[in-house]
Design a protein around this ligand. Structure first.
Ligand code: OFO
Length: 164
């Protein structure tokens, strides 16, 4: 069954995914208030995705004979200076999550827990995609710019980044 140190790391990751889900939901809400309905949809979708990530790890801990913890979610942002700041925050969040996955995989190798390392492979691929999407959103913002109807176009382009 699951080693204690790995279980602990996985529970921390469950909490990070829960926080990420809550933060994306807050971003969606803020975007809606600003009239950015495309970005609001995109972040609502991201929020749901993060919850599925959380449950995927939660189920794995259960299946591996561990005890998954239902996390407390704190420090959920509410207001953002502008869409650009929000986009940067989203990218930074994903980078932190990737770093944490790397840390867990590293610990799995050290503890010779190759099953968990294999399970986490999927997340490493997913994070590559998520970071790329978050970077693309910033790129689009900067390419289009906010002059004239720029923000309106950026909003549409962000909506189109939505996958599946
Ligand atoms: Fe689940 O952290 Fe982003 O994708």
């Amino acid at each position: 069954s699951l080693q204690e140190n790995i279980e602990e790391l996985l529970n921390e990751q469950i909490a990070m995914e829960a926080h990420s889900s809550a933060a994306y939901l807050a971003m969606s809400a803020w975007c809606n208030v600003q009239g950015l309905q495309g970005a609001a949809k995109f972040y609502r979708h991201q929020s749901a995705e993060e919850r599925t990530h959380m449950m995927k790890i939660f189920d794995f801990v259960n299946d591996a004979g561990g005890h998954p913890a239902s996390p407390e979610v704190k420090n959920v942002p509410k207001n953002f200076n502008n869409l650009h700041d929000l986009l940067i925050m989203a990218l930074e969040m994903e980078i932190k999550i990737t770093e944490n996955f790397n840390r867990i995989v590293d610990q799995c190798h050290k503890s010779k827990d190759f099953q968990t390392a294999k399970f986490l492979d999927w997340f490493l691929d997913e994070q590559l995609e998520e970071e790329q999407t978050a970077r693309r959103a910033i790129e689009l913002y900067e390419l289009i710019g906010t002059e004239g109807t720029g923000l309106f176009r950026i909003d549409h382009e962000i909506e189109k980044l939505m996958q599946d």
